[in-house]
Design a protein. Structure first.
Lengths: 159, 159
DNA sequence: CTCCAAATGTTACTTTATAACACTTAATCT
DNA sequence: AGATTAAGTGTTATAAAGTAACATTTGGAG
């Protein structure tokens, strides 16, 4: 495990990097960065699967030994969504860190109803086709929610 | 306005028809049909746009002069979803009657954030492509949530 | 170092949804 | 038509998800 001194202690290099990237994205887009946002985002990166706002609240409360309140968590979540570095899984009222924050913000989520894990499809073709179809009906699409529920590879094999 | 005696009074022929169809679908799939379900479904058909469970509750309460409770409404909604004749718009916590209950149950919804109206895209190609892409990652999809938010034709023109 | 819009802390509340259990009824079978 | 019974409803209470309002604090630009 490499030694990092440029950000707060984290046993995982990727996360430390992601936190730096997040901060940069925030600054560039005129948002501030803050302790709460760091903690919320870091926690989301660690769990690496969708969690509800209240689950997240409990995790942050325990990990950082603070009495964080729903409103604070929701505010951080809103900000992180604004930045495009996390996403809400609408069909689960849950939140998840994006796989590659630096590009493309129309997600296609694969939600395993068995283990709760999440995966993404990266197919711009589908996104494009959707926009096109919508446009043909005179609809200007601004945001796409696309979530497939089912069983992931691992769960399907195990039966 | 045509005279109908075969179902409870309704000023709209399509709805009377839909109620009959709904009842048939329910019976065929082993579900029962009931007064509450009739009222909930009928109300959804009338409003013809997404409404929340509690909005629906109020409408049913007023229209049928009864003191209907949340649990009852949610139970009816669950049943109607099971029958495939209504759908939940996950990103709005709202429910809407399906356009053609008798076929195809993977919807693509166009939700206008300006007027609240809803439209659907009928493109099996996209549905198929999604399943295919998911399958390539070993994911077996059972349910698809696909909602585009934006501005509908009418609202876009008006500016 | 100052400043102040942006963010947080806190309290209270609203909206959305479900659990549990007694009671009622739709539809099937005689 | 009347009995039967699983499916559905009524009711109470409560959980889960999300927001409003306002006083206080702070990140980061100048």
């Amino acid at each position: 495990m490499t030694d990092h001194t440029h950000h707060e202690a984290c046993t995982n290099c990727t996360h430390t990097h992601s936190l730096g990237v997040a901060q940069d994205i925030a600054r560039k887009s005129g948002h501030r960065w803050s302790e709460t946002r760091t903690q919320v985002y870091h926690t989301l990166l660690m769990v690496d699967k969708p969690v509800t706002a209240y689950e997240l609240l409990d995790m942050v409360a325990e990990k950082y030994e603070r009495d964080v309140k729903p409103a604070s968590v929701y505010r951080s979540l809103d900000a992180l969504i604004d930045l495009g570095i996390i996403a809400k899984i609408e069909s689960a009222n849950a939140f998840v860190a994006c796989q590659n924050p630096e590009c493309e913000h129309q997600h296609i989520f694969l939600v395993c109803d068995h283990c709760g894990q999440i995966d993404e499809i990266s197919d711009h073709g589908i996104n494009r086709q959707l926009l096109k179809q919508a446009a043909e009906q005179g609809f200007v699409a601004r945001k796409q929610i696309l979530e497939l529920h089912g069983e992931c590879k691992a769960c399907h094999i195990e039966g």
